[in-house]
Design a protein around this ligand. Structure first.
Ligand code: TSB
Ligand code: ZN
Length: 644
């Protein structure tokens, strides 16, 4: 007999070898049904794995988040089993549970298409019907090597285990898998699942190694939960900026031009131009001066700044010409340091806030490139603020406040604020401990003093100093950095920057690096997803479209309106195609134009217009001046309607 201690401290005796399933049944039949696995002395146990010693046991039921992982992991095994039956040459890489789902990496000569997924699902259903036990076995590394002699990927994983380690192997019917475990015990417990997509994935994420085929799927405890999740995925797909960006002619990426290099199409360029004007005005008002500096920098400039030592992996290789070597700049800080240094500065001149809309290039890994969200050529709303030490806190906070305002104006929400500090990895960060301590202490203090709630991320600092990163969550449920304020004691040192203090002596300024609303690329990806492509009027590429009911008789008036809008600085056009009215209205809606203006006899006679807002059914007929005033007001207020 063994003693089992429960979460509430109760102890009960069982036969040695009792399983979590049996423990649950001894408490209540209903609990047996709901039990998925158990945590036994801190270790995840399958539903049917015997417990043979005294232990503390917490049953995992369908309500626990860990249970969903177990279910998805087990579903991954069943999928691999089905794939093996359909494509007997298949070899397997890894197949873990992920958030709300699972995947398995597969090597087979058969190219798996999405159209194969129903067939694989069908085979999975067959395996589930067979009610196969998923049985755990433990063995030595040597035994495992033998068992997986024909599976090169599994063998590689086995080879990497510590020598003394016990290897666990799971068998269900004729299918065997190397696996740490945590399973539902029998295939019949898998009921509500769907295979979602196929993608390529390098073995071990290494682009020098074989490309495997990855099938993604999702598995749930009820049909309702599955359907809800599928609806969410559908909604996300519709919001995906890559899809919207193409449909709405915002941007495109062409393989022929190179990976991670985005082209801004006419509509995207217009939005970008509006944003640029907005940032320019916002920054001017906040005391920034604007610069424009070159795309290239000499290698030696980046040696001075420290980028060459600490940031080279993220840079494109150097270009040699005559006696000079250049790099495509990954950042503009060194350029701004030179501008600062070009004049004698006094303590009264500070702070000096240089802002630039900076185009820069970074060598991002090809696997990390995601539409506009992570690119290789990008244009950042950048600034470098030169301050005295006594001005650091107030200027960091002022930069932070300006960021909050911009994020608010754009109708976006912050997910959280993260303070990024350095860690022990030596080559990533400049080595001067004293400067690090001073900068990090200041950042921690000022966040506390200003009561800014934040998380801390060790090892995520810039090479030159700590950062405050402002994180947003995308519609695809990824958290990315939108804005950033960074404290840098290093570059002023390396560029020997000075100012004359009121004591008449030379002093060292400090630099604050600030990214206002990220790069145009990343910002556009976020805006597209946030608004589902239906931009608020102040940002919309086209704000209104004039649609004459009948071409010859209403066209003059349509043109007069369009000209008026042009003079008002609105972005407007006329749809004068020989198409049905209904078709033209639908087309304007597909393009998500905020206002559709229909012009017929009455409007011409009364000198009015009839408008309909995107996403609304109601039509309103108003005098032209009233409409113009309304649009001006809406643009000035940067009004947006989240429900659109
Ligand atoms: C703020 N030198 C500082 C600058 O002065 C700097 O470059 N900081 S950064 O490295 O953190 O980048 C600034 C911002 O650019 C990030 O916060 C992020 O929003 C955006 N960004 C970074 N890499 C990419 C990329 N590959 N694609 C799109 N945007 C990016
Ligand atoms: Zn910088």
């Amino acid at each position: 007999m063994i003693d089992i201690t429960f979460k509430d401290g109760q102890i009960r005796s069982f036969e040695a070898g009792v399983t979590p399933e049996e423990v649950a049944e001894s408490i209540a039949k209903s609990l047996k049904k709901k039990t998925v696995a158990a945590v036994v002395d801190g270790e995840l146990y399958d539903r049917n794995r015997p417990i043979d010693k005294n232990a503390t046991v917490a049953l995992l039921t369908q309500d626990d988040t860990e249970a969903l992982e177990v279910l998805n992991h087990s579903t991954a095994h069943v999928m691999a089993h089905a794939v093996k039956r359909l494509y007997p040459d298949a070899k397997f890489g890894v197949g873990p549970a992920i958030k709300d789902g699972f995947y398995y990496d597969i090597a087979t000569d058969h190219t798996i298409h999405e159209s194969d997924l129903p067939k694989i699902e069908q085979e999975m259903r067959r395996i589930i019907k067979e009610q196969t036990e998923m049985v755990r076995e433990e063995m030595t590394k040597d035994e495992a090597r033998k068992r997986f002699k024909d599976d090169p990927y599994k063998r590689e994983l086995i080879d990497e285990l510590d020598d003394g380690e016990v290897v666990s192997v799971y068998t269900q019917g004729e299918f065997v898998d190397l696996c740490r475990g945590g399973h539902v015990g029998n295939t019949r417990l898998i009921k509500h699942f769907k295979l979602l997509s196929v993608a390529g994935a390098y073995w071990r994420g290494d682009s020098d190694r074989t490309m495997l085929q990855r099938i993604y799927g999702t598995s749930w405890f009820s049909e309702e939960a599955l359907q809800n999740h599928l609806a969410l995925l559908k909604e996300r797909k519709e919001r995906d900026h890559r899809k919207l960006g193409k449909e709405l002619k915002i941007f495109d990426i062409y393989k022929e031009a190179g990976q991670g290099l985005a082209f801004w199409l006419p509509n995207g360029y217009t939005v970008r131009k509006v944003l640029e004007d907005y940032v320019y005005k916002l920054e001017r008002k906040a005391g920034y001066q604007h610069l424009s500096t070159p795309l290239l920098g000499s290698k030696s400039l980046y040696q001075i700044s420290g980028h060459w030592d600490h940031y080279r992996d993220d840079m494109f290789p150097t270009m040699k010409q005559d006696d000079e070597e250049f790099v495509l700049r990954p950042m503009s800080c060194p350029h701004h340091m030179l501008v600062y240094r070009s004049e004698l500065r006094s303590y009264r001149d500070l702070p000096i806030r240089y802002a630039e809309i900076v185009t820069q290039h970074r060598y991002e890994a090809s696997g990390a490139l995601t539409g506009l969200e992570r690119v290789r050529a990008m244009t950042l709303t950048d600034s470098h603020i030169f301050v005295r030490k006594d001005q650091i806190k107030q200027e960091v906070l002022a930069a932070y406040t300006l960021i909050l305002q911009a994020i608010h104006d754009l109708g976006l929400d912050i997910d959280y604020v993260e303070l990024a500090l350095r860690d022990e990895s030596k080559e990533k960060f400049h080595p001067n401990d004293e400067l690090w301590d001073e900068a990090e202490t200041l950042m921690i203090e000022l966040l506390e003093e200003a009561n800014i709630e934040h998380t801390v991320a060790l090892g995520e600092a810039a090479f030159y100093g700590p950062k405050i990163d402002i994180q947003v969550r995308t519609a695809m449920d990824r958290v990315i950095t939108m804005s950033t304020v960074q404290l840098d004691f290093l570059m002023p040192e390396r560029f020997d920057l000075t100012y004359i203090g009121n004591d008449g002596n030379k002093h060292r300024p400090v630099v604050i690096h600030r990214g206002l609303i990220s790069t145009w690329e990343r910002l556009m990806s976020i805006l597209l997803e946030q608004y589902k492509g239906a931009f608020p009027t102040w940002l919309a590429p086209l704000q209104m479209r004039v649609i004459p009911v009948d071409n010859p008789s209403h066209l003059d008036y349509a043109h007069a309106l369009n000209d008026r809008f042009f003079d008002e600085d609105f972005r407007s056009d006329i749809d004068q195609r020989e198409e049905k009215l209904g078709y033209k209205i639908r087309d304007a809606q597909t393009q998500k134009i905020p206002y559709q203006l229909v012009i017929g006899d009455n409007e011409v006679k009364d000198q009015t217009l009839t408008y309909r807002r995107y996403g609304e059914k109601a039509q309103h007929t108003v005098p032209v001046d009233e409409f113009v005033a309304m649009i001006h007001h809406e643009i000035r207020a940067k009004r947006y309607d989240q429900n659109r």
